[in-house]
Write a protein that binds this ligand. Structure first.
Ligand code: GDP
Length: 299
């Protein structure tokens, strides 16, 4: 299970808390539930998921089904599994031309790195890929993406720092057509709600893409930094409102201890989680597997 290493800290913390609660109660009462609640909240599962798990535990307890801490773990795993397994679908593909993937997220979330890792993954699957460096706002982003391109041998369309992102998107679409690539992945600048110019840039990029490929983007992938825990949940909420997010990639879950946030996000949103980032190397982007993920949180 590839997620086990990344979720080790989350698992250890939860496991310990459950064991402590279980071994220290003589009488099972409201304070027991409060302790369980705080263990689940501190694993970044969020209020809503925590309440659902607590309700499940209460029901099982009333039926006399809870004998060991293992029983609590099984109840929580079942609920998490149900949340993670709903509304999943594979990444959309365009059968008649390039599949256009638009990467969005705040600065530092891991957009550029995920763009590189995703390109590598698609290439490994035998697809041809073109990258567009439309993050012209962050000084190093273009260089970073070019570097990824060299490293994984994938072409990158880029402009100079500060040049018009929509113009680069235009060039990238033309090149995607000329090269007849399977995938065009567009890295965009980190959204900042305080920067009107940046907020207006995305609609401009979208107009250019749609002029070339009317159905595009086939996915708008929101990249959030999982190691920020509930802040990632907040970002998903904000972006869900601001643009038409269709897919999610959660990064930096390697050893963060905040893996529960994936469940909190999934519980709140209907967009599928497609990828999980477990490191900085090309092969460290994992397709999201709900069953393995739920299992890794507890065992
Ligand atoms: P952007 O501003 O959203 O494009 O963010 P970057 O792609 O530049 O990523 C910010 C930092 O996070 C970089 O140092 C990346 O190497 C690092 N990073 C991105 N994804 C992961 C991940 O899954 N795990 C770890 N450990 N680091 C990551």
């Amino acid at each position: 299970n590839v997620f086990k290493k990344g979720l080790k800290k989350t698992k250890t913390a939860l496991f310990r808390s459950f064991e402590t609660v279980f071994s220290s109660v003589d009488k099972w009462d409201e304070s027991t539930y409060r302790q369980l609640e705080s263990a689940l909240i501190s694993a970044d599962l969020g209020v809503s998921v925590t309440q659902k798990i607590i309700a499940d535990i209460k029901e099982s307890y009333s039926l006399g089904e809870i004998k060991t801490s293992e029983d609590i773990i099984n109840i929580a795993t079942t609920r998490i599994n149900a949340i993670l397994s709903s509304d999943n679908r594979p990444l959309n593909e365009n059968p008649t031309g390039p599949t256009v993937l638009l990467m969005v997220g705040v600065n530092g979330a891991g957009k550029t790195t995920t763009t590189g890792k995703l390109a590598y993954k698609l290439k490994q699957d035998g697809k041809s890929v073109l990258l567009a460096a439309c993050d012209t706002f962050r000084a190093a982003a273009t260089e970073q993406l070019k570097h990824w391109g060299e490293r994984i041998d994938v072409p990158v369309i880029a402009g100079k720092h500060g040049s018009d992102a929509a113009a680069i998107a235009y060039d990238a679409c033309a090149s995607a057509k000329a090269k007849d690539v399977d995938y065009l992945i567009i890295d965009t600048a980190g959204r900042q709600h305080t920067r009107q110019d940046l907020m207006q840039e995305l609609p401009k990029i979208l107009r250019v893409i749609r002029k070339n490929f009317p159905e595009a983007p086939h996915e708008t992938i929101l990249v959030v930094d999982g190691s920020t825990g509930t802040n990632a949940l907040f970002q998903a909420r904000e972006f869900g409102k601001a643009c038409d997010v269709t897919s999610l990639a959660v990064t930096k879950l390697d050893g963060s201890g905040k893996g529960g946030v994936v469940v909190a996000i999934k519980d709140e949103h209907t967009f599928p989680i497609h990828f999980v980032g477990l490191g900085e190397s090309p092969e460290d982007l994992q397709p999201f597997d709900p069953v393995l993920y739920a299992e890794a949180i507890f065992s």
